[in-house]
Design a protein. Structure first.
Length: 265
């Protein structure tokens, strides 16, 4: 079953949502998904940070250290669409290590849309790291379509920063200590024209963005699975003093998976 629940009749861009309220056996087209998940108009001039995460029914953000066991074919189509709409994908170093990140690729289905928005052929990958404990021989650093960014702090290892640059990455300082300050990371990317920002976690990085109050939107897939155990939630780290409120923007459903979108109030 495939439905768009009428929580709202507007997409992120402020245009009418596609008419998909009737159940259907066909999958969503990429154009339908791109329209439904379009960045808001303000992202053309100011940074807009959205997160894309998946959670089991009992709150697990991963299983055996990876998110893939909670995912589905429709979830991966939305995952690819969100990447194709973004200027930059921001990801923590631990997620790069665990998920085996590779460079973003150009996709013909989104080429015209990206060109019309003034975007390059594929989003930039930006890795957030304090230790720079990364394998710089991986294709993410040596073979990207566009150079990978390494976001780190001014007090991080100069030797590791130099190694990253030798591998072809561009190092961006976004903090005074060894680590990255979320507000400065968002601003540093926007200064490079990378305003349509997407983070795919992991939980610790998302928790930092939430605590700093810079997360504008959460795209959360609710997986119809139960995992039990002690898996981490989608956001970790210290608790915020007052819970952050978000409003529902849209809900899609397919095969029991709920594809929700929330915007900061």
């Amino acid at each position: 079953m495939r439905r768009l629940f009428p929580v709202t009749d507007m997409t992120a861009a402020g245009t009418p949502a596609p008419d998909t309220t009737a159940a259907s056996d066909r999958e969503w087209s990429l154009d339908e998904l791109a329209d439904a998940y379009a960045y808001p108009a303000e992202a053309a001039s100011a940074p807009w940070l959205r997160a894309n995460m998946v959670s089991s029914l009992d709150g697990a953000g991963q299983h055996d250290g990876r998110s893939q066991p909670l995912s589905s074919e429709a979830d991966m189509r939305i995952f690819g669409t969100l990447r194709a709409l973004a200027d930059v994908v921001v990801v923590g170093a631990e997620t790069v290590r665990l998920e085996g990140y590779r460079p973003a690729r150009a996709r013909e289905a989104f080429a015209a849309r990206r060109a019309a928005a003034g975007q390059g052929p594929a989003p930039v990958i930006a890795v957030v790291t304090a230790s720079l404990d990364l394998d710089f021989s991986l294709p993410l650093f040596t073979e990207p379509l566009v150079p990978t960014l390494v976001l780190t702090g001014a007090a991080s290892s100069p030797e590791r920063r130099a190694e990253a640059e030798r591998a072809g990455a561009e190092v961006v300082i976004a903090g005074d200590g060894p680590g990255v300050e979320p507000e400065r990371a968002v601003a540093a990317l926007a200064e490079r024209g990378l305003r349509r920002q997407l983070t795919e976690g992991g939980p610790r990085l998302l928790g930092q963005f939430v605590a700093a109050g810079v997360l504008d939107e959460l795209c959360l897939t609710v997986s119809p699975t139960m995992t039990a155990g002690g898996a981490q939630r989608i956001a970790g780290g210290p608790s915020v003093e007052v819970p952050k409120r978000f409003a529902v923007a849209s809900v899609l459903e397919q095969d029991g998976f709920l594809f929700t979108r929330y915007r900061r109030i």
